[in-house]
Design a protein around this ligand. Sequence first.
Ligand code: GLC
Length: 420
Amino acid sequence: MTAMDLASRARQILRDNDQGGYTIPTAGLYPYQWNWDSVFVSMGFATFDSDRAWREIETLFQAQWPDGMVPHIVFRVDEPSYFPGPGVWQAEKGPLPSSGISQPPVAATAVLALAEHDLERARPLLPKLDAWHRWYHAARDPDGLGIIAVTHPWESGRDNLPDWDAPGDAIDVSKVGDYTRRDTALVDAEMRPKKKDYDRYLALVQFGRDCGWDQHHIAANNPFFVADVGITAILLRAERDLARLAQKLGAPTDAIEARIARMEAGFDRLWNAEAGAYCSLDLRSGQHAEAATAASFLAPYAGIAQRKAAVVDLLGAFAEHVTYMVPSFDPRSSHFDHQRYWRGPVWAMVNWMIAKGLAEHGEDAWAARIRTDTARLIGTSGFAEYFSPVTGEGLGGGTFSWTSAIWLAWNLDEIMEGAV
Ligand code: GLC
């Protein structure tokens, strides 16, 4: 396909996955609205339909809970083929049926970009974004450490990352019972989380459900409470973008600045000297994850520059072991699996965030390399959910919304045009 064909294909995928105001990640596998998927989708729509770009984020915020949380899935329709659906979550605290956990808060970053062309439309979103960020600090950093925990691997958006293996040992799965997964009926089981992981996912949903999604109880007692590099970096970035937005709108920024300062001071708690990388930190055991992940490269995106040389060295170390950057997990580790979801594959939207941060910190060559690799992967293997960093094969679901959106938002045509 030529670059032009790819761009029109990407737009077509977004149109096809559009349910009228919100977009599903892909038909079949993910039939609802997912939080950070919608935000990346909005960045794609912004290149050809700005009203639709705003709508995507506005509909996401329609599901915001009174406490500020924006849920990770919004169950707008009844889709009995999906598991675990609203009946399993029983999270009835918001205005729409939803899950009871959140996902990486990328939205403020997308809204700031949209506001360049229509500042007034951002105004009603400002207090909503602010409430969500405050919720993250209160519910996921109750001790004010400046690093943000996830209470479920799904909350991180990086479901089966090896980082969650050791902390997950503390989860009691004895009451999970029998269930039928839907994902492995639709996608090769080799590309999906294992049963052991899935049992843990469901046990954590049961824990939240049993306490009525009481966030204080969850922060204090959930068997899984792990400070995540991805969420922390993305929130810190989003806070900076929120402060810029507030400033443009003439709103006060002091409270946002105070949160930024706390996170800047806390970020180094994620540094694992032995691994030479920012790694997640199990707040129950005090142990760091033992290896780097793609999120270790999000420090520049978060505006954290003090260990930039080490971050760049680590990129070089990863690049020696794969053909396509950036693998989701350290390719030098024995847990690396180039086909299995978050244990190795490349994800286009993660690449976009990493490269944006690197470019902002003068690492233009690395930013260009990552952008080119992303274009080659999609150009060769299509709009897949994720890609093997070893073979370049497209994996998981096809006709994927966020992969299409990144093609458009990152203007990857430019790279393909150079290549053909
Ligand atoms: C998977 C991914 C998650 C994503 C969702 C929908 O659960 O791990 O990040 O939001 O699918 O695409």
